[in-house]
Write a protein that binds this ligand. Sequence first.
Ligand code: ZN
Ligand code: ZN
Length: 239
Amino acid sequence: MFFDSVSSVVFPEVCYFCGAGNHVKGSVICPECRDSVRLVSQPFCNLCGLPLATFDDRSSLLCGRCLTKTPPYDKARYGVYYEQSVRAGVTRLKFHSSLFNVRPVAELLIDAFTTHYSNETFDAIVPVPVHKKRLINRGFNQVITISERLSRETGIVLDRTSLVKTRDTEPQVGLSRARRLVNLKNAFQVCRPPRIVNKRILIVDDVSTTGATVSEAAKVVRKAGASYIAVMVLALRSK
Ligand SMILES: [Zn+2]
Ligand SMILES: [Zn+2]
């Protein structure tokens, strides 16, 4: 894309989210857009990473759901809320993977990883896959696109082929958590178990509401023999 290749040369100081002048060094997001991005911060469940409703819950450090049933991963975290510039940026990226669209979203993902996982080591980043039918329609999976940047930044190997989506499922938006889980049942498969066995895996997804998709993905990664599974979801969509 001509615009992609020249954008950083021609517009070095433009915010990639809003197009306004950007004067923050090392960032493609301007201070105003940065301020509008709400981080998913404490109190959240120590295990699944979802916000806890009240400060009272904090004493347990786990949410009611995790207290009842242990999730199929060891730890999950959400970076930011899916709203305003994040929502606009992620939506744009879904339709076109230009550098201009990829960079700000990837920057938020890298920041979130640094906040929640900089003290941990991983053998591979495994992006949540889409079904091949959707890949044919859209041409790319935006989760892989931002995971590539995370991999480059952290030096963790990107494994884009071990986890596959074998069943095309209905969009999750608008479904209850129970329905989401039914919708996703047996939708994922690990096709190269040797690359997962005894490995520390970081599953990455872009947007989630209840964590149903990453849970289902983690389940098969666990079954394939991963020794540790962490989840990084860039954005949390409010119900
Ligand atoms: Zn901006
Ligand atoms: Zn929880």
